[in-house]
Design a protein around this ligand. Structure first.
Ligand SMILES: [Ca+2]
Ligand SMILES: [Ca+2]
Ligand SMILES: [Ca+2]
Length: 221
């Protein structure tokens, strides 16, 4: 099953999430070293992640710790999407994610917009702009009905928590392996800092591309 297209976050992305997460992250490489005040902020952010995920306080994050935290987050995320509390995510519930503004439930606010950005954005154009700026290919995501079908692996028309968690786990494991740059099975603060810098840079690129598009729209009237 293909899980990379799911509507999900990993811990690192969740901390910085916004529209940028919609567009594929290039592999971490040669992120600029932060300096001054920015360096201090980044260090605090890295420390916050470690405090939350490094369960045994060893100053490294293992895959087990990563996935334990993921499971905790997945339960919360699942329950938010499962708006009728029947412990299954229907297609309607799934499609409502990211379109919850004004639905009266209020719990969509401030979440998942990193996966489902504003409807007036031309995502193909943003993808092309990001690819042009970074030199990396930006894969297209499937539509949400296709994504639903990929998570619903037993094809019963609903996503149960096991399916949901399996999808998240595959994605989170891939993320872990990307961040664990030396492949020693543990994420250090340095590895995470590098990834966050890379992610931040990517976000800036996406933001610039979206802004260009909006300004063009405004100029066109
Ligand atoms: Ca439900
Ligand atoms: Ca199912
Ligand atoms: Ca490592």
């Amino acid at each position: 099953m293909k899980m990379r297209n799911l509507v999900m976050t990993t811990m690192a992305l969740a901390l910085a999430g916004n529209i940028a997460a919609v567009y594929a992250m290039p592999p971490a490489d040669g992120a600029n070293r932060p300096d001054g005040d920015q360096h201090g902020k980044l260090r605090h952010k890295v420390n916050r992640i470690f405090n939350a995920v490094d369960a045994d306080g060893s100053d490294t994050i293992t895959l087990d710790e990563w996935l334990a935290k993921l499971t905790e987050k997945a339960r919360i995320h699942f329950d938010r999407i499962d708006s009728d509390d029947d412990n299954l995510i229907s297609l309607d519930e799934f499609l409502a994610v990211g379109h919850g503004r004004g639905d009266g439930r209020g719990h969509d606010r401030g979440r998942d917009h990193d996966h489902e950005p504003d409807i007036d954005v031309d995502h193909d154009a943003v993808r092309a702009c990001v690819a042009d700026a970074t030199g990396d290919d930006v894969p297209q995501r499937p539509d949400r009905e296709t994504a639903f079908g990929e998570i619903d692996t037993n094809d019963d028309g609903f996503i149960d928590f096991d399916e949901f968690l399996a999808a998240k786990t595959e994605r989170a494991t891939n993320r872990f392996n990307t961040i664990d740059a030396d492949s020693d099975g543990a994420i250090t603060k340095q590895e995470l800092a590098k990834e966050l810098m890379q992610h931040r840079k990517h976000r800036r690129t996406v933001r610039d591309c979206v802004e260009d598009q909006r300004e063009t729209d405004e100029l066109l009237g």
